[in-house]
Design a protein around this ligand. Structure first.
Ligand code: FE
Ligand code: FE
Ligand code: ZN
Length: 287
């Protein structure tokens, strides 16, 4: 969800609670740009107090870095812009008391995967060298749209293995992206076993739960409402309730219905009931 300049963390918490959520993810400004307002400590404190009162697990709340950060672009100016911005984003997380920051690893913009991955590693090392932090950067599994990096276990492993500050790195699994990148989610346990062997399940810090508008391996990245896409309700439920991932925050990033109606309250309810509701879209529209 977004981050209202005037309500900030408090507003995001209230929005999450209105959906019946027990965790949430937000951007510290608009996801598409890097305009950021100052964090108001008063609002942060109010949100924290509220969370304590209602036993809301603050350690599972997640921030998502803006999309235009690209550590994979070796162009010096663009690279340094991303390094600086991500560094500031870590400081904003600290000011908000958040320790999970989801990042799209980057795009190689035509320079090739190896060059791109090395650029990402260099950027992460630069940032973490200057910032002693508890914030863990969660590299998101990507669909493989354009020249995206981080589209398979091998690439994510390469980044983590070669970064000097591994303690600050983890992974965010995104079900739509996994599907679109070619992972058969009906065999999710096989994927998890491989992930555990290569990277370690302890690195998984967040899971984005989305259905997909596209078939497996199409490299598209278009999210669909839960149960209405090619992954399907039952496969998503198996992932959400997978015992190995019990303590990991699960975040819906599904689209608003008709651009106006947030689906989350209804999707959360449906997931809690573990029963697909084919009338869901109409219910969402009726409010
Ligand atoms: Fe993302
Ligand atoms: Fe995602
Ligand atoms: Zn996506």
């Amino acid at each position: 969800m977004g981050f209202n300049k005037n309500t900030q963390l408090k507003g995001s918490l209230e929005e999450a609670l209105s959906y019946g959520a027990n965790t949430f993810m937000f951007y510290t400004g608009a996801p598409q740009n890097t305009n950021r307002s100052n964090i108001e400590d008063g609002l942060t404190l109010e949100a924290m107090t509220k969370m304590q009162e209602i036993n809301f697990d603050y350690s599972k709340v997640v921030v998502h870095a803006p999309y235009i950060i690209n550590l994979g672009n070796p162009d010096k100016e663009k690279f340094m812009f991303s390094v600086r911005f991500l560094q500031e984003e870590i400081h904003r997380c600290e000011a908000l008391g958040i320790n999970k920051l989801v990042l799209h690893p980057g795009s190689h913009v035509g320079n090739g995967i190896d060059t791109g991955l090395d650029s990402v590693i260099k950027g992460l090392d630069m940032i973490l060298e200057n910032t002693k932090t508890n914030v863990v950067i969660l590299l998101e599994t990507m669909a493989g749209k354009g020249t995206e990096l981080g589209t398979d276990i091998k690439q994510l492993k390469y980044i983590i293995d070669n970064c000097k500050y591994k303690d600050n790195l983890g992974v965010c699994l995104d079900t739509c992206h996994l599907n679109d990148s070619g992972v058969d989610l009906t065999k999710f346990n096989e994927y998890l076993n491989l992930f555990d062997k290569e990277i370690g399940l302890n690195r998984v810090g967040c899971i984005h739960i989305n259905d997909s508008k596209n078939e497996i391996n199409t490299h598209k990245d278009r999210h669909e409402n839960i149960g209405f896409g090619t992954i399907g309700f039952n496969t998503l439920i198996d992932i959400i309730y997978n015992e190995k991932l019990e303590s990991i925050p699960k975040i819906l990033e599904t689209q608003y219905v008709d651009k106006d109606y947030p689906p989350y309250k209804y999707e959360i309810e449906m997931i809690r009931n573990k029963e697909f509701d084919k009338d869901l879209i109409n219910k969402i529209k009726q409010g």
